[in-house]
Design a binder for this molecule. Structure first.
Ligand code: SAM
Ligand code: SF4
Ligand code: SF4
Length: 334
């Protein structure tokens, strides 16, 4: 088994298929940075679906079992169903999922399910329409995302996971309304601590609403009890409502880092490999891929990189300077 320098196996892969997005979430792609002058990747620099499928086969040979498609907004990538179908056909991909802002999902959920997608995660930070529109900064209505979640569920992409990033003074008042809305639905709402990914979002530790605060807020209204993790490396701590209304999760990347169990590799849309969400440098795979490397050579490159991996940024956050040239969330996909 391939393990890194800290004994962690390679299990999960996140593929970013585009760095573009139709939202400008203030904590991810603030409009003053991601404006008309911002240079997104040119099309020719994106890995093709054929290149991606070939790489995923190689990653599966090295231990990957779970694949998540992300972005930017992955549904902006034309013909994504074709990639989904190709990845779903790979023996060894046990879990194939997609993270989306939900804006284009209502009309695509059925075709994605038909192509072989297993589940979706939909990001939704507020139930209040005004708060949601101002957070996505694209004036996108919350009703359309709620509709997309229902359509995805009906299409069989379930259980739908809902990701909510909580930022103090921005949407912390939305914790209870979100919890209330998703109780008894079978969807799993997961709250994520606001992270210092990239350099554009003006992160500040005081803006982090801790997982503990979130759990206490909900527990005071609807009592919760902990649920055992489903598998090693599960990033969300799970809690269930004592009254049987379902489950929630909290992802405490800042206050309770889980680097020790981090089995995740990330591939950017242009084919760079990152072994940590907070990395500053990636390993270029597109060059060798387009330069004629065979599968064994590519596998050796990836395996070599994984074996040398020592990343544990979140555990070292306090020692690391805040102004590192870290990659942006919209580039690497979360
Ligand atoms: N556009 C898609 C979406 O929003 O679901 C996929 C890409 S997005 C970068 C992936 C996830 O990262 C989303 O759930 C988003 O809320 C989360 N995210 C972005 N910036 C974040 C930050 N600074 N801290 C925590 N989560 C963040
Ligand atoms: Fe776009 Fe997702 Fe980032 Fe929001 S979180 S700006 S939807 S990539
Ligand atoms: Fe994994 Fe890096 Fe996050 Fe730690 S900080 S859990 S190593 S991605």
């Amino acid at each position: 088994m391939l393990v890194d320098a800290l004994g962690r196996p390679l299990r999960d892969l996140r593929i970013s298929v585009t760095d573009r997005c139709n939202f400008r979430c203030t904590y991810c792609m603030p409009r003053d940075v991601f404006d008309h002058d911002y240079e997104f990747l040119p099309r020719a620099e994106l890995l093709t679906f054929e290149e991606l499928t070939r790489l995923v086969r190689i990653f599966v040979g090295l231990g990957v079992r779970k694949v998540r498609i992300t972005g930017g907004e992955p549904l902006l990538r034309r013909g994504l169903e074709r990639l989904v179908a190709d990845l779903a056909a790979i023996d060894g991909v046990d879990d194939l999922t997609l993270t989306t802002n939900g804006s284009l999902l209502a009309r695509r959920a059925r075709s994605l399910a038909a192509a072989g997608l297993h589940r979706v995660t939909v990001s939704l930070d507020a139930l209040d329409d005004e708060v949601f529109r101002s957070m996505n900064d694209a004036d996108f209505p919350v009703a359309d995302v709620l509709e997309a979640i229902a359509v995805a569920d009906a299409a069989g992409l379930r259980p739908v996971k809902i990701n909510a990033v909580v930022a103090r003074g921005v949407n912390d008042q939305e914790i209870l309304p979100l919890a209330d809305y998703f109780r008894h639905t079978g969807h799993v709402l997961r709250f994520i601590e606001f992270m210092d990914v990239g350099t554009a979002n003006g992160w500040d530790p005081s803006a982090v609403v801790t997982a503990r605060e979130i759990v206490e807020t909900i527990d005071a209204r609807w009592p919760l009890e902990p649920v055992d993790p489903a598998y090693r490396g599960e990033v969300a701590r799970r809690w269930r409502y004592r009254d049987g209304a379902g489950e929630i999760g909290v992802i405490a990347s800042v206050t309770e880092p889980f680097c020790g169990d981090c089995t995740r590799l990330r591939l950017s849309a242009e084919g760079r490999l990152y072994t940590c969400l907070f990395a500053t440098e990636g390993l270029d795979l597109r060059g060798p891929l387009r330069g004629g490397a065979d599968d064994d050579e590519l596998a050796a490159l990836v395996a070599g990189r994984w074996r040398r991996r020592t990343d544990r940024y979140s555990e070292r956050r306090r020692e690391v300077p805040l102004d590192l040239p870290k990659i942006e969330m919209s580039y690497i996909g979360g």
